[in-house]
Structures are given as C-alpha cells and as structure tokens.
Design a protein around this ligand. Sequence first.
Ligand SMILES: C[S@@+](CC[C@H](N)C(=O)[O-])C[C@H]1O[C@@H](n2cnc3c(N)ncnc32)[C@H](O)[C@@H]1O
Length: 271
Amino acid sequence: MIGFDSAHDRRGRPAAAQGRVALVGAGPGDPELLTRRGAMRLAQADLVLYDALVDVRVLDLAMSARRFCVGKRAGRPSVSQAAIIRLMIRAARRGQQVVRLKGGDPFVFGRGAEEALALSAADIPFEVVPGVTSAVAAAGLAGIPVTHRGTASAFLVLSGHAADTYEPLLRTFTPHSVTIVVMMGLRHVGHVAATLVAAGWASSTPAAVIAAASMPDATVETLTLGRLQRQRVRGHDGPVTVVIGDVVRLRTTLAPEAPEGASECGLRGVK
Ligand SMILES: C[S@@+](CC[C@H](N)C(=O)[O-])C[C@H]1O[C@@H](n2cnc3c(N)ncnc32)[C@H](O)[C@@H]1O
C-alpha cells in the first residue's frame, strides 16, 4: 500500500495500529535539496535508517528519532539488505514511524523498490518520498542540462557496473543524439567511453566528471571521450557521476561562477 493517508492496510486492519515506513530520497547531498515532505517525515520519525553520505544536517531534522547508518562507511561493510528490511518491518510492527533515508531518489539505483516490495509483502503501510536524483542534479549544478533542444533530445542513465545492459543500448543510439549519464562508474567509465567510440561517437565529444555534487568539496573536471577512454580517471573522495555528450559544452556559459581560488577545471576545492 502506498501512502500515509490511507486508513487501512491491504487486509483491512486499521493502519494506525501499525507503524509506517517512509522511503525518503535525501537528494544529492546539500540539505537544501531535500524535499519539504522528506523533512516532515524526518521530523515525525522514531527511527531513521540512513545510507552513508547523508549530510548530518539532514539527520538533525529527525530530532526525536534513533538513527542508524546502514550504508558502507569508512571501509566497514554495509548492513545486509535483508537485515535492513527486517529492522524496518520489526520497528513498524511495534508501531514506530520509520524513515529509510537514501541518497538522491530511492528508486534510482537505490534498491528502494526491493524494500518497497518487501514492505508490501509484509503488509506494512509505506510511502515513497521522491528525492532529487544526482543523475540529473550533478549535471545541472555543474551547468550542464541533460537535454537541450537541438543538442540532446533524451538522456540515458546507466550503471557503470552493468556492461551487459548498457553495451547493446549504446550501440542502438545515433551517435551524439542523447546524453549519457554514468553512475557508480568511475572504474568502468573507460569501457563506456570505448563502447561509444566504437559505436561512432567522436573522440572529441566532451565529458564531465562531477564529484560530490552539491557538497562543499564538489569538483568538476571536463575532458574528452578520447581521454576518458585512454586515461584512468583520478580518484575522488566523494561519489562521482560522469556526463557524456555535446550538452557538456554549455557548461562554459551555464556553470555557476567559480569562487575565488577555484582552478579552471573545478567549482570548489579542486584537489
Ligand atoms: C547507489 S547510486 C545511488 C543514486 C541515488 N539513488 C540518486 O538518485 O542519486 C550511487 C551513485 O550516485 C551518484 N551520486 C550520488 N550522489 C552524488 C553526488 N553528490 N555527486 C555526484 N554523483 C553522485 C554516483 O554515481 C554514485 O556512485
């Protein structure tokens, strides 16, 4: 069952007797990019299970909640998906208001659907609170629109891990007709670039490597598809999204002004 307003669960029991779970998208990092509904659910929460990278200022909105990080942190393994689901279900059955807080949007490479399906199967009332996905926000904050009339009429968001899925897809698009957004792909982006070049994209196609978008140490590096293919992209501390396509050229006009001290390839705190 989706939505907090419904008075009964799927089996007709009063929903109020049971706790509830909100799957909340926290946005790309900056707390100002959290939705108002997300902030409201955090304020109402008894328990918050959050992923790594969620800003402490977002967590501070959950004033009366117990908070547990269930994501990968400082090299420690994350809590298993099964354990997270068990924790949510157990707390909701005790009548608690649970927030499962995820980076970006819960349904974009966030395993949010798996959790929603498990809650549904367990008859736990739940709600999805969409978040600003970094698939679009990382580019936007760097002055890159993912679509632009006459330049890119669509965009494809892919996981760098999933070569079996993206390789045939990348071969079907007319070169340069779409924008490619690569998530979770720093180690694999060379292969994405090679696949595009093999499919007819020019080596001079611009690309942007955007790290820690919306966070204080955000960086943006622009390069070409050819370089992306040949060179290993250097390490970044924060999460990285790579945008490939002619829309990247718009950054020279649309990028927010770099504050003092920023280098020509970065917005802030370039390492
Ligand atoms: C597991 S996926 C989760 C995506 C998330 N659900 C969303 O909608 O943004 C994690 C990937 O999102 C991207 N990402 C998340 N936050 C980011 C940020 N602030 N800047 C750049 N990329 C980010 C990176 O590609 C990272 O590897």
